[in-house]
Design a protein around this ligand. Structure first.
Ligand code: G6P
Length: 473
């Protein structure tokens, strides 16, 4: 199919500006979206518009823009006030908790909303500035739900895709939003709206039906002012080959040796951004119960607990960090002996070879969010477990559970069952581990991020061609 120019738009760019000494330097961004999309950017997209992750004073913006432009990146600068109200506020203190089924954590604040509208407009203006005739636009995620209709208003003929990386909640949750109709109409500016799972698609369609009285046609499309809008599930994935190859590199094995030197125990691994949706406290409770019920496993297993700092100015994240630290210290305080502690806790980011080493040697990976759009850590673990001797414990509330059915699936709130499944994972026979891991690797290798991007882009291109075909009279 003919390759068209695509403008990628997401809140964060794949690089972020960090202050080191007195200088701003560029580093790789963390988080599912930036990491995942970086792999496909060069193949599919010619420009990426987004926020560079820090406040840049006006006198430095020109030089920063030039540096980013050299990498085909276009920055949208946010002020302190916009970071507080648009990013930490409406995006992460209103939409994020609601869409992850934490309605009581959501704050409905008019100032947040006004900032969300204004910043979405900044992004839409940036798109229209960069777009050339014939380009297609691909908008990502909940921070930018109004961008599709704002771009459409300025450039009516442009083909726009929107993909939501986080869940779309049930109507009964979504209805709590004072701005629900505005957000839906914002999205409906797109020609294609993609979600992670079929359940998200179902929730979105029933919400649109209830709030806007719109029903899909026989082809499951919505029609608005004569324009068709496709709503479909596109489960995102990872660059399987990149992770698989990384796990086999010498530098990875050097880290493997370092981790092994920690002691002769089985290794359980968890890796998450600090986020209440990730089920961090529930996992610690289950591990504690497991240690209590299985004294024979004490000193024979270590939980390597890696938490990547995130959104630490949002109050609910601060509270979670305190509670997590309290629980870790209680478990370590109770069960440690000289030479062994049950949890090795890290509150930092690790470089790729170290991550691959942990994935490679972990006997059990525990990926148990309370709710997650997809969860790419689970797929990274599968890709890096090249010796096929690991077990994945996966929450049934992660989008990935629909594909990784050979994981041990569990409900993270069911502490007793969770503790039993930790035991089951640690004692699974080698043959069964290998068979399950092989099947999961096949799933991830076949449906990788390139296949995901290809499918989404094909749908956008089909729509674009259809719109440009002369209408038969
Ligand atoms: C989730 C969202 C992404 C976001 C990531 C990191 O995965 O779906 O849109 O990139 O979290 O969040 P942050 O707030 O650090 O950009």
């Amino acid at each position: 199919m003919e390759q068209k120019r695509i403008i990628n738009v997401s809140n964060r760019l794949p690089v972020k500006l960090c202050r080191v000494a007195d200088e701003l330097i560029l580093q790789q961004s963390e988080g599912g979206l930036a990491t995942g999309l970086s792999s496909v950017f060069n193949n599919y997209c010619s420009q990426w518009i987004g926020w560079p992750g820090a406040v840049v004073v006006p006198e430095h913006q020109n030089s920063t823009t030039m540096e980013l432009n050299e990498r085909n990146l276009t920055p949208v600068y946010l002020s302190e006030e916009e970071i507080a109200n648009f990013y930490e506020g409406f995006s992460n203190d209103t939409l994020w908790p609601l869409f992850h089924y934490f309605p009581s954590y959501s704050n409905y604040n008019e100032q947040y909303w006004r900032s969300y509208v204004a910043v979405n407009k900044k992004f839409a203006d940036a798109v229209v500035n960069v777009a050339r005739p014939g380009d297609m636009v691909w908008v990502h995620d909940y921070q930018l739900m109004l961008v599709p209709s704002m771009v459409r208003a300025m450039a009516p003929d442009i083909t726009i895709g929107y993909f939501q990386h986080i869940p779309f909640p049930d109507y009964e949750i979504f209805r709590a939003l004072p701005w629900k109709a505005e957000l839906l109409k914002g999205l409906l500016g797109a020609d294609i709206i993609g979600f992670q799972t079929k359940a998200d698609v179902r929730h979105f369609l029933s919400t649109v039906r209830t709030v806007l009285s719109m029903t899909p046609n026989g082809n499951k499309e919505l029609v608005m002012g004569g324009r068709k809008i496709v709503i479909e599930a596109f489960p995102i994935s990872i660059d399987h080959k990149k992770f698989h190859d990384l796990a086999k590199e010498k530098a990875t094995d050097e880290h493997v040796q370092k981790v092994k030197a920690m002691g002769d125990t089985k290794i359980m691994l968890s890796i998450d951004r600090l986020d209440y949706s990730k089920g961090i406290l529930q996992r610690l409770q289950a591990y504690e119960l497991f240690l209590k019920k299985h004294p024979e496993w004490r000193q024979k297993v270590t939980l390597v607990h890696l938490i990547v700092p995130s959104r630490d100015n949002v109050p609910n994240y601060k509270k979670l960090k305190e509670e997590m630290n309290r629980q870790i210290s209680q478990i370590n305080g109770t069960y440690s002996v000289f030479g062994w502690q049950p949890i090795q806790h890290f509150y930092q980011s690790f470089e790729p070879h170290m991550l691959a080493a942990l994935y490679k040697i972990a006997d059990v990976a525990i990926v148990t969010p309370l709710r997650d759009g997809m969860n790419l850590v689970s797929k990274e673990y599968v890709a890096c477990n090249v010796d096929q001797n690991g077990v994945l414990l996966l929450s049934e509330a992660a989008g990935a559970a629909a594909e990784l059915t050979d994981a041990i699936l569990l409900n993270p709130n069911d502490t007793k069952d969770f503790a039993n499944k930790i035991y089951e994972g640690l004692t699974m026979p080698a043959k069964e581990k290998k068979e399950r891991m092989q099947r999961m690797q096949q799933v991830v290798a076949e449906a990788d991020i390139f296949q995901w991007a290809e499918r989404f882009n094909e749908r956008m291109t089909e729509t674009d061609n259809e719109k440009k075909r002369p209408q038969q009279t």
